[in-house]
Write a protein that binds this ligand. Structure first.
Ligand code: AGP
Length: 604
């Protein structure tokens, strides 16, 4: 998730921008930059890696009187983390920073190149500043050019733009990505993509709403709404607690990351589908040439998302698919054939076991693909090609939104491969795409659901263990739910195929055995239900998660009724994530930094 800052005032603009970006470091980034207009001159600096590199580059740059400035930390979604791809992006006399994804950037870029514009970067953002400067030639004011530019954009954005054509103003626009503006008694104006950079600088802030755009100068803040009607800012008091601000007011980063799964998945989908087809610009058409099998390899939560992919790939793409636990695969002298596409999955892109299996596959000449959340990571640099999940930084050690975006990518990939293998009719592909578009809604946390889980969690603080059970693709979800609980509550839990319970584990059935049963309405419901009834008949304590009432359960968590089992999957995912979080909270554990665990296991 990128970070944005902006400032208008007489203080040390460079220092204000850099310290603002430092407050946004927690969001994760791979490059950063600033642009400042003072004394009629623009100065812009960009650097890859940490902010200290940008500080080093700007150490001799003095900003000691009135200036306007913008700054940005970038989390790569389009284009590698390089200086050229870092923001701000520039035209001839303007600079822009942007959070979000411009979905129609390819079309705009093509038009601009046809007009003779020379692009320097691979990013979607750069089209904004060139489109603005194109519009400058046909409008009477810079703001008219900016308004015209915003109207052409599709997708999500938080934008700050500065230009020599209007030397005392910052232009802004917000749609789908957060941004706020603050002011203080000295009439300074501060922009940021979240609260933290404004704390200590200003007390009154206006949170922009989707569709807001306008301009600010030292004297005034002018906002227009999505219909082009002028609107008054609504100032509220800014909280002064930085850590709380970084968590956007949530108790834990993990909780914040569960709640932001809808927004994050919307980014994952952005530019990768239309009503008829799935599009992965990052994949070369030849990737699947000569491929008859897919082998997935990962660890932990990423292994669980990979396991879910085996169901989707074989069911929709009709391609033989298998999955391996990386730490096992690397030592069992596996047979690998050239017609296998080797796919590694990793949030961090640094997990030692997974990285080693990628090296093994490359060594024997297999085509390799990595599904990853961190551009420029070891696996991204090593694999033949990469699909970025765009989950943004995941601070909670227990993975949530990374898992959600991985499964989303796999559902899309199953259709993408089906398109190429003609294994699904166009009508079914379109139907599945309309379901995929509903994922963000299915993972939105309902207060009533969270409250129910919070209350219910008090009953599950002891006992001699948990089973999470599910059938088909709900088995990987059961594994994931069990892992979440283990990781942050330190209670023992096992994920198990529902149909396997009678082959031994049912011997454990008694009131102290807690079973979290995943009962999707649209996938093997009756089979799953009878497995749960076997346990209930032996007095196990059952917590059923389903859209359908289930009277044999001791506890019942009702989810929405969905059109398809995959949307049930995503809503049940949120339930098991929240259940583990609330049990951990009751046990007084460190939800974000559980004992013995690291966010990325870079050793064997
Ligand atoms: C997930 O909650 C755990 N933190 C852990 O299992 C993790 O998924 C595993 O270490 C793999 O990490 P990666 O996705 O970064 O490769």
């Amino acid at each position: 998730m990128c970070g944005i800052v902006g400032y208008i005032g007489n203080k040390n603009t460079k220092e204000i921008l850099l310290s603002g970006l430092k407050e946004l470091e927690y969001r994760g980034y791979d490059s950063a930059g600033i642009a400042v207009l003072q004394n009629d001159n623009f100065q812009s600096y960009k650097a890859i890696g940490k902010l200290v590199n940008l500080e080093e580059k700007t150490k001799n740059f003095i900003t000691d009187n009135f200036a306007i400035g913008i700054g940005h930390t970038r989390w790569a979604t389009h284009g590698k983390p390089t200086e050229l791809n870092a923001h701000p992006h520039t035209g001839e006399s303007s600079y822009v920073v942007h959070n979000g994804i411009i979905e129609n950037y390819a079309k705009l870029k093509k038009e601009l190149i046809a007009d003779g514009v020379r692009f320097l970067s691979q990013t979607d953002t750069e089209v904004i500043v060139h489109q603005f400067e194109k519009n400058l030639k046909s409008t009477s004011t810079a703001f008219d050019a900016f308004s015209k530019t915003i109207k052409k954009l599709e997708g999500t954005y938080a934008i700050l733009l500065v230009t020599k054509s209007e030397k005392e103003s910052i232009f802004f626009a917000k749609h789908g990505s957060p941004m706020l503006v603050g002011t203080n008694s000295e009439n300074e104006k501060y922009f940021a993509s979240s609260d933290a950079p404004l704390i200590g600088q200003c007390n009154d802030v206006n949170y922009f709403e989707d569709g807001d755009y306008g301009y600010v100068n030292i004297d005034e803040l002018t906002i227009f709404d999505i219909n082009g009607e002028k609107k008054e800012p609504i100032f509220t008091k800014l909280s002064q607690n930085k850590l709380s601000a970084q968590k956007d007011g949530f108790r834990f980063f993990m909780e914040k990351e569960i709640y932001e799964q809808g927004d994050v998945i919307a980014d994952t989908l952005m530019g990768r589908l239309n009503d008829k087809e799935i599009i992965f610009d990052e994949l070369d058409d030849s990737l699947f040439d000569g491929i008859n099998e897919i082998k997935l390899c990962a660890c932990g939560t990423s292994y669980h998302s990979a396991l879910s992919a085996t169901y989707l790939f074989e069911r929709y793409a009709k391609i033989k698919t298998s999955v391996e636990i990386a730490s096992e695969f690397r030592y069992r002298k596996p047979i690998m054939s050239k017609d296998t596409l080797f796919v590694v999955i990793s949030q961090s892109g640094e997990t030692a076991d997974t990285l080693e299996t990628l090296k093994m596959a490359k060594k024997v000449g297999l085509k390799t693909l990595v599904i990853c959340n961190v551009d420029n990571s070891s696996m991204v640099r090593l694999a033949d090609t990469c699909i970025l999940t765009r989950a943004g930084v995941e601070k909670g050690v227990a993975s949530t939104k990374a898992f959600a975006t991985q499964v989303t990518i796999f559902w899309m990939m199953s259709l993408y491969i089906a398109q190429r293998r003609d294994s699904l009719g166009t009508k079914e592909i379109s139907r599945q795409i309309s379901l995929i578009r509903a994922i963000p809604t299915s993972v939105k946390v309902k207060d009533s659901l969270h409250e129910r889980i919070k209350r219910l969690s008090k009953r599950y603080l002891h006992g001699h263990g948990f089973f999470f059970i599910g059938r088909d693709i709900f088995f990987p979800l059961a594994l994931e739910g069990a892992l979440k609980l283990k990781e942050i509550s330190y209670l023992h839990a096992e994920g198990y195929p529902s149909g396997e319970m009678k082959h031994g584990p049912i011997a454990l059935a008694d009131p102290e055995l807690f079973t979290i049963a995943l009962l999707p309405q649209h996938l093997l419901y009756e089979k799953s239900k009878s497995n749960v009834e076997e346990l209930s008949a032996r007095d196990s304590t059952i917590c059923a998660i389903s859209a359908l009432e289930f009277d044999k359960a001791d506890d019942f968590i009702k989810i929405s009724s969905h059109q398809d089992y995959m949307l049930e999957f995503f809503e049940m995912m949120v339930v098991v994530q929240l259940l583990s979080l609330e049990i951990s909270v009751r046990l007084g554990n460190d939800v974000d930094m559980p004992r013995n665990l690291a966010k990325s296991v870079t050793v064997e």
